[in-house]
Design a binder for this molecule. Sequence first.
Ligand SMILES: Nc1ncnc2c1ncn2[C@@H]1O[C@H](COP(=O)(O)OP(=O)(O)OP(=O)(O)O)[C@@H](O)[C@H]1O
Ligand SMILES: [Mg+2]
Length: 483
Amino acid sequence: MSSSENPSVLHSVADMLSKQVTKDRLLRAMVDRVVEELDAERGTLYLIDAITGELTSRVAHLPELKEIRLPPGQGVAGHVAETGKSVVVPDASSDSHFFPGIDKATGYKTRNMLVVPIRDDEDAIRGVLQVLNRKQGNFTDQDKLLLDSLADQVAQALELTSLRPIGDRARGVLVDGPFNNIIGECRLMTDLYDRILAAATTDVTVLIRGDSGTGKTLVARAIHDNSERHDGPMVHVDCTTLPAGLIESELFGHERGAFTGADRRVQGKFELADGGTLFLDEIGDLPLPLQGKLLRFLQEHAFERLGGRQTIKTDVRVVSATNANLEEKVAQGLFRQDLYYRLRVLELTVPPLKDRGPKDIERLAEHFLDQYARRHRRKARRLSREALARLVTHDWPGNVRELEHCIQSAVVLSKGTTIDQDQLSLPGTAGSSPAKSGYLPGTPLAEVERDHIQRTVESCGGNRTEAARKLGIGRNTLARKLK
Ligand SMILES: Nc1ncnc2c1ncn2[C@@H]1O[C@H](COP(=O)(O)OP(=O)(O)OP(=O)(O)O)[C@@H](O)[C@H]1O
Ligand SMILES: [Mg+2]
């Protein structure tokens, strides 16, 4: 498809693809690159809305218009979307497909244009890429070849975002949510998107709440990746897995000689995150003595390294997350109330999957199906009606993570193009691990325990923290038993 000797669009957006930047910013970066490469004045990237068939401009160099919507077939772009053939238009005003309405609305004068389809690997048309007004002379056939190959790269980039086809529909993409890889369009999620974007425009301290596996880490990334700090580091600290004796040094660093074995000065996460975001995951597990030090940091942006006297100031935005009931911890004296208020200047709640409605479950399932079929090179393309029905009635205690694992394992085991109900390893379906709920008397205890632990971990979508909590044992104990 794309030729490697050509200037690359993909290369210039590669680092964005792995981030939760907004789709608009990602597409914009690609169009900017294309316009520069073609020496044009302006460019537009249209996506075909898989549901309505309309062309919607996702990015246009049109300060005058926020969005353009073209009904199927209208304009040169609409024509290209229908025929799938690239066209060079040397003189727009005399071209029979040219739609003068947009110039009329914007006051911009289109002299000439070059318009090509965006096709995926399977030759399905996803959108249209156009450039307007070559700065010198007219667009050539050479330019056409170049734009065709850049459009292939745009298609490859789209595959890595949530702008994807619906099921196995041949045309268009599902335009869903503002972020690169966060799926969901229920009300709870669109409200969350608004709050993420609001959080991204300020430096206030954010607390993300939500059950295990709902997407809190993803939300934290979306905040960082869309904030002014996006070029700075995002440093992730999981307060649960840090060994108690090391947390302070991990977070705040230490001086040489601060404790036995401290043979050199080490920077902590608050220094490493300078200019960026520090993401404190499972903040409810931060030991009390350190809560005071964190509170001081939030108030003064200052701290001292362990064993040090010098006060260090860093420019760090703090985002924290928890699935614990912090109010309860405050009431029990395990969490400082003043810190609790400081952390939740802005609070975002990620909803449990079962509250998000069948549509979101379906979209997520299709998204994971698509993604894992590609990754594991499987033919699976769709879910059977029964499989889907099963997915939307399950209550997903492990939330999106559980759904992701469920689809991934079904995809790996799949042979044909359709995934059926019995390929889903959910309780109550044929593919699930044998439900040995009634153990026979005399079954060795170790066996019962092993089975019980395994099934609990599975029901938590593989999340050990959650499983340990349910089993009433510590994470370390669980890890040992799993070995
Ligand atoms: N809305 C979503 N769209 C697409 N993928 C999602 C979405 N929400 C979660 N995921 C995926 O589900 C998995 C779990 O998400 P994530 O790790 O962000 O959850 P979490 O709330 O941080 O869980 P934990 O409490 O265990 O830390 C990840 O692989 C993530 O990419
Ligand atoms: Mg997480």
